[in-house]
Ligand binder design. Structure first.
Ligand SMILES: [Zn+2]
Length: 870
């Protein structure tokens, strides 16, 4: 027997053996219930970080325990491999994006394998491979055929020096290009969109079908979809046939509209602007065009606007009101126009005050209206006597609203919409904040959009037989000029698939979020080259039973995946509504960080002379010790490879699971890592010592009878651990308390005074089986040390014996007048009468009651006896 725990040798040995034996491959046997365990697949940046380790370890424990519980488990891994960093590496280092990505995947796959994660590597996918993106393109065409993929003009970030489109992340906080430093402009380009808005209502309603999701994530999705109920109203333009449409959630305030604001890009801006205002309006529109949406709508920024000189008519009052343009109204959102109601909207009130626009109060607090004099007929705040000092946004009663006066504002909403419908200047409408998904990217490293533009047929789908539209390899990437594919004449020019006329390929590639919106549907049939997936297989494995990933994907990735699932269901490919049954968003991994709070600089630990009183070696300032998300710039990262090299993967896994509940942030602490390493060493010694003593290690004791008191106690510890750990791996996962239970069981075995008993042998066996999902290598190794020839990971999970959980004795509390005076060990099955008798006869009673009269005895079975004495 090996005497010393040597993780480096056993971990490598078992990883090799498991791979050879194929123990992690997905079973095809469909008689067992299925369990699909999935971690969000990584972007192949080149190296694994601790956040990955945490995410994948959590999923792996669940996959392993479900296998032992008799499920057939699908636990795959792949790569979200398209995207900008590969293209930037190509520009910076002259390496082809495909080559760079391939190298990174190879490196990360090696690192993943060192963690002992039970993946079925036969199902690995990489979204950048033609075998995968062929089907991404096929899915795009499904959307296209369903009328859910369309083109329209939309604003992009344009670098005027490099003459290229920039992604949002390539524009810095000052609105300048990361590369050229030029001030980025907004430019209109024809782009592809997915019509996710068609599914807004379903995406919102079906959140109710997800009880296994964190409430916080569901709320974030609901807010992102942003449903609001209100009215669509039309304001005729004076001296024109055109009308300005607005959406409002407050139709009850329509009599208080004192101006209309158009987005500067709104086509009606040209129509309403009067000749004297033309120059000023054009200058303003040009200025706003260079601002990003975020800059324009930032809460803390003053709103800017100018009058167009044009006027509209409030159809409810007949009043003429001025038409303005302002930066805070976006053309892409809603109708691109809003009605200004300064008296009842905080932003409008501020804008009206700054611009000198009229403020007309039309809602008053319910109580305030009672005593109002009938003469107050005129419109405007003067009539009310007290001008508003701020917007009144609460419900109330209508005033200054003609025939609607006196109506409660909630009822008035319906009445006013009804009136608008009767008179054909408005109707009830539901609006969503969600907008259609812009999927065009003027980039190389993505899946080409499989469309051919024909001068006579328009946008034509590439026939399925011609998929994939492969990315050309001989490409020049400079980060300058038009989209890289647009420069390749030989690639662009093709005959139209419909009429044969010379036509041009679409040169945009797809947003990489598309690649990750369906990868989980591919794993059940990952190598199929005839179809996107076999619907029988995918419908069998889906939905994912447990999805694990970072909270940063709470909105986009999860929303897009839900959208794809619904569209493919409606195309007849899927038979379920939601892709992810349960979702766990694991917390961050934080590192110990030394920060100079005066200068804001981070200091490397090895440069600090005295870590107990850390000071900045440059300035001498005392340093603040904080835990922050691991990052290179904060010098607080810990490389997974280093930890595995020093302690082994099992220790790294145990620490990560033990240190914090899965959804909470975790503080990396070397001392605690060592603590887990010491624990595994203790388990090693405990089991090897037992193995040496006992030749037949597989003797079992199943009965509670004929056991000594000591044996019964040990058996109770064993079954308590089984029950508690099983429970911790269900419902609200509590891996941290499960690890504590393993430690308790190990302690009970260490201290047991019956090491030759079959119960002790049971305990050792249970400890290894319970440990297996958490620390798979050491558990397997010790299992074999005990003489087993099959894998511990093929064993059945244990079931607690309820009889074993019952204690023989309980501790009875004895109280005198409600005050605890002592305790007593009594048989756990004692009746109420027996409990009273034990208590009366106890030394405690004798000492505290003596000759006093017992007036009353209160017995709480299983707990306490209280004597009321006089
Ligand atoms: Zn054609």
């Amino acid at each position: 027997m090996e005497s010393r725990y040597n993780p480096a040798s056993i971990e490598q040995q078992w990883q090799q053996t498991w791979a050879e034996q194929g123990v992690d491959l997905t079973p095809e046997d469909s008689s067992k219930p299925k369990y699909y365990a999935l971690s969000m697949f990584p972007y192949p940046s080149g190296s694994l970080h601790m956040g990955h380790v945490r995410n994948y370890t959590i999923t792996d424990v669940l996959a392993r325990v479900r296998r032992m519980q008799g499920y057939r488990v699908l636990h795959p891994m792949g790569w979200d491999a398209f995207g900008l960093p590969a293209e930037n590496a190509a520009i910076d280092r002259g390496i082809h994006p495909a080559k760079w990505t391939e190298q990174n995947i190879a490196q990360m796959r090696t690192e993943l394998k060192r963690l002992g994660l039970s993946y079925d590597w036969n199902r690995e996918v990489a979204t950048c491979l033609p075998a995968y993106y062929k089907w991404t393109q096929w899915i795009f065409l499904q959307f296209f055929q369903a009328g859910l993929a369309y083109q329209k003009e939309s604003a992009v970030n344009w670098d005027p020096i490099d003459q290229t489109v920039l992604a949002n992340e390539q524009v810095d906080n000052d609105g300048k290009s990361w590369r050229s430093g030029a001030k980025v402009e907004r430019k209109l380009l024809r782009q592809w969109f997915f019509k996710i808005t068609d599914y807004a209502e379903q995406l919102l309603n079906d959140l109710d079908k997800l009880p296994g999701w964190p409430e916080r994530v569901k709320l974030m999705q609901a807010n992102w979809i942003g449903k609001s109920t209100g009215a669509y109203l039309e304001f005729p333009i004076v001296a024109s046939d055109e009308k300005i449409a607005v959406f409002t959630t407050r139709p009850d305030t329509v009599h208080g509209v004192t101006y209309i604001v158009l987005a500067p890009e709104h086509p009606l801006t040209q129509v309403v602007t009067t000749p004297d205002r033309k120059a000023a309006v054009e200058a303003f529109v040009k200025e706003i065009a260079s601002q990003s949406e975020l800059e324009r709508t930032a809460e803390d920024k003053p709103k800017r606007g100018i009058p167009t000189g044009g006027k509209a008519i409030n159809p409810f009052t007949g009043d003429e009101i001025p038409i303005w343009i302002a930066d805070y109204v976006l053309y892409e959102y809603g109708t691109g126009a809003v009605m200004g109601v300064p008296a009842h909207d905080v932003r409008d009130f501020k804008f009206a005050k700054e611009q000198g626009l009229a403020i007309v109060q039309v809602i008053a607090p319910a109580g305030a209206v009672e005593g109002r004099s009938q003469e107050a007929e005129g419109r405007g705040v003067e009539a009310e006597g007290t001008p508003l000092t701020q917007a009144y946004t609460e419900p109330g009663v209508l005033i200054n609203s003609g025939t609607f006066d006196g109506l409660p504002s909630v009822e008035a909403k319906t009445a006013i919409v009804h009136h608008a419908e009767q008179n054909s200047f408005g109707k009830a409408r539901i609006q969503y904040r969600l907008r259609d998904w812009l999927i065009s990217r003027q980039r190389y490293w993505g899946a080409p959009i499989p469309i051919i533009h024909c001068p006579s047929c328009g946008a034509v789908a590439v026939p399925d037989a011609d998929l994939p539209v492969q990315l050309p390899e001989n490409i020049e990437l400079s980060g300058r000029g038009a989209s890289p594919l647009a420069k390749l004449e030989s690639w662009i020019n093709v005959p139209c698939p419909t009429c044969g006329t010379p036509a041009k390929r679409e040169t945009d590639t797809m947003d990489t979020f598309i690649d990750s919106s369906w990868y989980f549907l591919r794993y059940p049939d990952a190598t199929d080259d005839q179809q996107v997936f076999d619907p029988v297989k995918t419908n069998d494995w889906m939905p994912v039973d447990q999805y694990v990933g970072g909270i940063e994907h709470a909105i986009l990735h999860l929303l897009y995946s839900r959208f794809f699932t619904k569209v493919l269901r409606d195309r007849g490919l899927l038979n379920f509504d939601e892709p992810f049954q349960r979702l766990l968003t694991q917390g961050m991994v934080q590192g110990k960080t030394y920060k100079n709070s005066r200068t804001g600089k981070y200091v490397i630990a090895t440069e600090i002379a005295d870590l107990t009183h850390p000071t900045d070696p440059e300035t001498g300032d005392a340093l603040e010790l904080v835990y922050e998300k691991m990052s290179k710039s904060k010098y607080n990262g810990v490389a997974p490879g280093d930890v595995i090299g020093k302690y082994g993967a099992d220790t790294a896994r145990m620490f990560i699971l033990f240190k914090a509940p899965p959804e909470k942030d975790l503080e990396w602490d070397e001392a605690d890592v060592e603590g887990q390493f010491r624990f595994l060493n203790r388990v090693w010694r405990l089991v090897t010592e037992f193995g040496e003593r006992s030749a037949t290690s597989d003797q079992q004791s199943n009965a509670n009878s004929n056991l000594s008191k000591i044996e019964k106690e040990l058996r109770r510890s064993i079954h308590t651990a089984i029950a508690a750990i099983t429970d911790d791996l269900e419902g609200e996962y509590q891996f941290n308390t499960a690890v504590s239970e393993l430690m308790k069981l190990s302690n009970a075995l260490t201290e047991a005074a019956c090491k030759d008993s079959p119960v002790y042998a049971d305990g050792i066996r249970a400890l290894l089986i319970l440990l297996a999902p958490f620390a798979p290598h050491i558990a397997e190794s010790l299992w074999h040390e005990l003489g087993h020839t099959d894998s511990i990971h093929a064993q059945s999970w244990l079931t607690a014996d309820p009889a074993a959980l019952v204690a023989d004795e309980i501790t009875l509390v004895i109280q005198i007048l409600g005050k605890t005076r002592g305790t007593l060990q009594v048989p756990s099955q004692s009746s109420k009468e027996d409990l009273e008798r034990y208590a009366r006869e106890s030394d405690v009673a004798r000492k505290y009651i003596g000759e006093k009269e017992i007036k009353k005895v209160i017995v709480v079975p299983g707990k306490l006896v209280n004597f009321v004495v006089g």
